[in-house]
Ligand binder design. Structure first.
Ligand SMILES: C[S@@+](CC[C@H](N)C(=O)[O-])C[C@H]1O[C@@H](n2cnc3c(N)ncnc32)[C@H](O)[C@@H]1O
Length: 194
């Protein structure tokens, strides 16, 4: 039985939401047996590695007025699915190119009744006219993310990127010529905001 939500430090009423997260994790682990959605070695620590890490953006997003959130390279729905459960008023666009991941995302958002999420198959073309916040975890370097945004998004309000080593982040920031940014240490990795 998954009891990871008990370790969540956020001050939310978990009574209503935790069964949805548990259901998500159950489906993720089940599909991972044949679809390789997340690294097998991360399954044991799935809550710490994937859910807690995704939810570290939560307190930032809830203070933003912009309602649209685009997740670049959502994979199995990280960070967007955990975030969308706690931010029902925001609309999450889960973008992917991989057919297995797209199949899982489409299945799981329906199963979980996550009406504030939209799965986007990038192979079919995508351009968002509305202003949006970008979130992304382990997708690519910052320059590639910015190029992706130029192609698919009209107006980016702010970026919240979940990343790893500070040294590497600073290299990427320099390469992408970003002048104003913030790097925040998280329990796992770092959050880059610009
Ligand atoms: C390393 S995974 C990270 C997945 C997830 N964000 C996570 O943290 O577990 C990167 C994902 O980006 C997807 N991807 C690759 N090119 C993409 C593109 N042009 N647009 C959207 N997603 C893409 C891949 O299929 C893959 O699932």
């Amino acid at each position: 039985m998954l009891t990871g939500y008990k370790s969540l430090k956020y001050n939310y009423s978990m009574t209503h939401f935790s069964p949805i997260l548990d259901e998500y994790l159950e489906e993720l682990l089940l599909w991972n047996k044949s679809f390789n959605l997340i690294g097998k070695s991360t399954e044991k620590e799935i809550w710490k590695t994937h859910i807690e890490n995704s939810l570290e953006i939560l307190s930032f997003l809830e203070n933003e007025d912009c309602p649209n959130v685009v997740d670049i390279g959502s994979g199995a729905g990280l960070p967007s699915i955990p975030l969308s459960i706690f931010l029902p008023k925001k609309i999450f666009y889960l973008t992917e190119v991989n057919s297995k991941k797209l199949a899982f995302l489409t299945f799981v958002i329906k199963k979980l009744n996550l009406n504030n999420t939209i799965v986007v198959n990038i192979n079919e073309g995508f351009y968002l006219e509305d202003e949006c916040i970008v979130v992304s975890r382990a997708f690519s370097d910052i320059k590639t993310i910015i190029n992706w945004e130029k192609k698919h998004l009209k107006s980016v309000f702010k970026n919240y990127l979940l990343k790893g080593r500070e040294e590497k982040i600073k290299e990427e920031i320099k390469e992408a010529k970003i002048e104003k940014y913030e790097i925040i240490n998280l329990n796992r990795g770092r959050l880059v905001i610009f």
